[in-house]
Each structure stands twice: as C-alpha cells, then as structure tokens.
Design a protein around this ligand. Structure first.
Ligand code: NI
Length: 178
C-alpha cells in the first residue's frame, strides 16, 4: 500500500528509531511492502521507515542505471535493518541530495566516501558490504533518517541549498530523492 510520506517539520522525523527485534513477522513484511510501494510510486532511490511514520530502524534503497544518467552507478535493491555504519577513511565527498520528505529541493552534502555497513535483511540474516561514492551516500542518507537527521542538517554552504528549478534550470541533476 502506498503510504503518505511525512515532510520536514513533522516531529516524527526527528525521533531516534527503535531496533527491530521480530524478524519474519507479518508486520515487518507488510511494512517492507508498503515501503517498496511508496518508494516506487514516488520514483525514489531510498526510503526509511520513519518517513512513513513507523518508528523502526528499517531502510530500503536501490536504483538501476538511469538512461538519462548512464554514468551513475547502479545500487542494488536492498533491505537494511538495524544498520551499523563504519567509515573506512576520513575522506569526504560532496554531492547533491534530495529527500522525499523535503520535496522540490536539493542540497550539497558532505558524506564519507568509503563505508562499510552491516545489518540484517528481512529474514534476519546478517550481511556486510564495503561501498563507496553514490552507494555510500545513499546508505548514509537513509540511515540518518533513523537517527532523526534530515540532509539539510548536514548542509554546510547554504548557497548550495535551494529549489531544483532555480538551482539547475532545465538541466535536471542526477540524484533521485530518498
Ligand atoms: Ni530522505
């Protein structure tokens, strides 16, 4: 079921979400289906459970090759529960981000470039990945939602935060909202 996405200003987006303890439950399966439906409906690259008002440490993300931006690397469709993120170096990379909870805007956000993340899939299987670049950015953006952090809170230069049409004109930039 497509759910309403909360927008910035809603205090439910500011909570530190609770860990999942019951894997394989019908409730978790329904939550994930709703998240997939909602993300697909909005053509997003990721979604965190708090964005639909569910106070759990669950995110989904993934995007294939977009024919308009073939240089953007694909990110596998992923369910990530109770994640832990470890930066693998101090190196940061800045890039544009958008968020389904902050519609119509983009901001220039620093993120760790190299990242290892661990967590659980929907069956409760632990997994680990070492990633970089855009994949690392998407994971950091989504997991921030679990700690009540929205990307505008990480913008350092507010000259690079604004409405998509004003920032980019006719040339739509590459990243989808997440
Ligand atoms: Ni977001």
């Amino acid at each position: 079921m497509i759910r309403e996405v909360l927008r910035m200003g809603d205090s439910r987006l500011l909570r530190v979400a609770q860990p999942v303890t019951d894997f394989g439950s019908p409730q978790l399966a329904e939550l994930l289906q709703d998240m997939r439906d909602t993300m697909a409906h909005l053509d997003g690259a990721g979604l965190a459970a708090p964005q639909i008002g569910v106070d759990l440490r669950v995110v989904i993300f993934g995007c294939g090759i977009n024919p308009r931006y073939p240089e953007a690397p694909p990110v596998p469709d992923t369910v990530l529960i109770n994640p832990e993120l470890v930066p693998l170096s101090a190196e940061e990379e800045e890039g544009w981000e958008g968020c389904l909870s902050v519609p119509g805007l983009r901001g220039w956000v620093p993120r760790w470039r190299f990242l290892r993340y661990t967590g659980y899939d929907e069956a409760g299987q632990r997994f680990e990945r070492t990633v970089e670049g855009f994949h690392a950015r998407v994971v950091q953006h989504e997991c921030d939602h679990l700690d009540g952090i929205l990307y505008p809170m990480r913008v350092r230069d507010f000259r690079r935060f604004g409405f998509i049409a004003e920032l980019f004109g006719d040339s739509v930039e590459s990243s989808a909202d997440s």
